[in-house]
Design a protein around this ligand. Structure first.
Ligand SMILES: [Zn+2]
Length: 220
């Protein structure tokens, strides 16, 4: 999802690495080329995941495009597999503690874990994987830099655990209606965000089901 456009990062020099191109717009690609030219050109284009708002235009920069696997290292950037938002999602970690976090953690708002394509269980594991790393600065795919990554990661984990606790409490009491579960566990959000919350709830229900913690069938 694009909030206010996708961030493109240039890392290193002689040549530099481009992280997430984000648009096929000719002006945007020209701006990347010009900025990269001042850093000795583009050696490699790295993608955090295959969603169009990150990968579009990547093949137009005349450099190799890689969406790597976890455990690899490219141009000094360590690759961490961080599935959840997308199955192929990765984050890049520099030796001096900068994490390019794609859509795992955003500078604004909250990340979507789409039901079906994404996985909340994997997403939570990915957040915890990053919590185990020494990260000084987070450079997200959308929104401003995150200057206190540890606090942001803790906030993300706690926020989702809070929703899960509330969902489980309602389920434990015997509530089986999706609408009622949504109204109860997401009672603090503005009405226009309810469709997004309903998607978030599906991701939670999928996770609980996968963990064998969903008590029976739910109705509308
Ligand atoms: Zn995405």
């Amino acid at each position: 999802m694009t909030l206010e456009g996708t961030n493109t990062y240039l890392y290193g020099a002689d040549p530099c690495v481009v992280i997430d191109t984000g648009s096929e717009d000719a002006g945007h690609l020209e701006a990347i080329r010009a900025a990269a030219a001042e850093r000795g050109g583009i050696g490699l284009v790295l993608l955090t995941h295959s969603h169009g708002d990150h990968a579009a235009g990547a093949d137009r920069l005349g450099a190799e495009v890689v969406l790597p696997n976890g455990g690899e290292t490219h141009a000094g950037l360590r690759v961490l597999a961080t599935p959840g938002h997308a199955a192929d999602h990765v984050c890049f970690l520099s030796e001096d503690g900068v994490c390019f976090s794609g859509d795992l953690v955003l500078g604004l708002g909250s990340t979507i874990v789409p039901p079906g394509g994404g996985s909340l269980a994997a997403y939570m594991d990915s957040l915890r994987l990053l919590q185990a790393e020494e990260i000084e600065l987070m450079a997200p795919g959308h929104g401003p830099w995150i200057l206190d990554p540890a606090a942001k990661l803790a906030e993300y984990v706690e926020h989702r655990e809070m929703r899960e606790r509330r969902l489980l409490a309602a389920l434990d009491r015997g509530e089986r209606s999706r609408a009622a579960l949504l109204a109860e566990a997401w009672d603090d959000i503005p009405i226009e965000l309810l469709p997004m919350a309903a998607m978030a709830m599906e991701a939670h229900l999928e996770k609980l089901e996968g963990e064998g913690r969903l008590p029976g069938e739910l109705g509308e």
